[in-house]
Design a binder for this molecule. Structure first.
Ligand SMILES: Cc1ncc(COP(=O)(O)O)c(C=O)c1O
Length: 413
């Protein structure tokens, strides 16, 4: 427990004791700028430049021979294996492909096909819009067969589980508040009523524990470009428990999910396991930008990573209370780390303009309507000194009412 008031000296001491401090050296960071937006685009590994150059050369020199001379076709599985330990999955049960939106469709459709006698899909009303829209599109296309039921809290979700529900498609962490749900508890309650689960782990993977296998969830999906650092627009991931993957065909049955891809058979035959969810040609360029992760993620102990996230976010919350509480800041993220996701959220008057001023002053954070400010904390690169400096800049913006300047009136996305 740190003695209060918290100071820069505390930050220095915590950084000195951080076993993962050197990970930061693997990434290109912009001096003077503190990127607290791992929830949008995670940091870029230094090796990405070389990887991108290599791809451009291959494009010129190899062209179609790249398919056989390089591992382009294997990248969905290789990247999936690299991130599997971070999300508590076994290698071979995850592939990196497509977007979270598309993977949400694949996962929900898969569970509906398995639980075909049921017709209700359960989700959070505060779930990320794309997750809900995908379900709404499926309901609309079903012409009255399917319906969507909303709940708001973990307790409501558990109480709502019944024999009409085919699948509960839920976010592990609320993208606004940063609240993390108990995946194991909710999954157990779902399974007790024969409900399958799909978890969107976009705001937890790479920051806080995600125990997919231990929680026995049926499927999971998530963004690669946030804490996992696949890069701008980088590919997402999809996980399925082995028995669930093999239970039925994928709804999006593409040639890359075929058991014999280059057999060019007319009729589909699903690849065993997770590979059946690779629908089409891998996004070679995006995967090449993500390639350095093959060396990075397997070297990281997920437990140490999560312990660092706890230390950083505990420090952030305590500093926000101490420095900005008197200026009207109210932390809305849960206080216990076991209930927090990757980002810490807080409320402030004029939140949109405050974020504009923060970004202008080199603290890249994000705003979500109506009044939430989010600091995404990537344990790969953020230090306690960064946290201390970011809060100091926030305090200045609030205390000197800098956010009221006309140039910060227009709020960007
Ligand atoms: C929880 C969650 N799911 C999905 C998405 C977006 O999915 P996609 O990458 O398909 O746009 C986001 C984007 O921030 C998100 O926060």
């Amino acid at each position: 427990m740190l003695a209060k008031p918290l100071t820069r000296k505390h930050a220095l001491a915590l950084d000195a004791a951080d076993p993962l401090a050197s990970l930061r050296d693997l990434f290109e960071l912009k001096p003077g700028t503190i990127f607290m937006d791992a929830n949008s685009i995670g940091p870029m590994a230094k090796a990405v430049r070389q990887s991108a150059e290599g791809l451009l050369d291959d494009w010129v020199n190899l062209r179609r021979r790249g398919w056989s001379n390089r591992q382009w076709l294997d990248m969905p599985s290789r990247l999936g294996d690299a991130i599997a330990p971070v999300i508590g999955a076994d290698p071979g049960d995850v592939v990196v492909c497509d977007s979270t939106t598309i993977n949400q469709f694949k996962a929900v459709a898969h569970c509906l096909a398995i639980n075909h006698a049921r017709s209700v899909i359960l989700s959070q009303s505060g779930n990320f819009p794309t997750d809900v829209h995908v379900i709404q599109g499926m309901v609309e296309a079903s012409r009255g067969r399917l319906s969507l039921r909303f709940i708001d809290t973990e307790e409501e979700a558990i109480a709502a589980m019944d024999e009409t529900i085919a699948v509960a498609a839920l976010s592990h962490v609320d993208y606004r508040s940063g609240e993390r749900w108990d995946m194991k508890r909710v999954t157990e309650a779902a399974h007790a009523k024969g409900v399958l689960t799909v978890w969107d782990t976009s705001h937890s993977a790479g920051a806080v524990p995600v125990a997919l296998k231990a929680s026995r969830t049926d499927m999971a999906i998530g963004c690669g470009y946030k804490y996992l650092c696949t890069g701008p627009g980088g590919p997402a991931y999809i996980y399925a428990r082995k028995d669930i993957a093999d239970a039925v065909w994928p709804a999006l049955a593409g040639w890359m999910g075929h058991d014999d891809v280059f057999g060019f058979a007319r009729d589909f035959a699903p690849h065993p396991g997770i590979k059946r969810f690779i629908a089409g040609t891998p996004a070679v360029a995006a995967n090449e930008l993500a390639k350095p992760l093959l060396d990075i993620w397997p070297k990281i102990d997920p437990e140490k990573l999560c312990a660092k996230h706890k230390s950083l976010t505990d420090f952030l919350i305590a500093l926000l209370d101490q420095e900005c509480g008197p200026l009207g800041v109210e932390v809305t993220s849960p206080r216990g780390h076991e209930r927090r996701g990757g980002n810490v959220s807080f409320r402030a008057t004029g939140a949109g303009s405050v974020v504009e001023a923060l970004v202008d002053q080199g603290v890249i954070s994000s705003f979500r309507k109506p009044d939430a400010i989010r600091f995404g904390v990537s344990p790969l690169v953020i230090s306690h000194q960064d946290i201390h400096e970011a809060v100091a800049r926030l305090k200045r913006i609030l205390a000197q009412k800098i956010w009221k300047q006309p140039k910060y009136k227009k709020v960007s996305v």
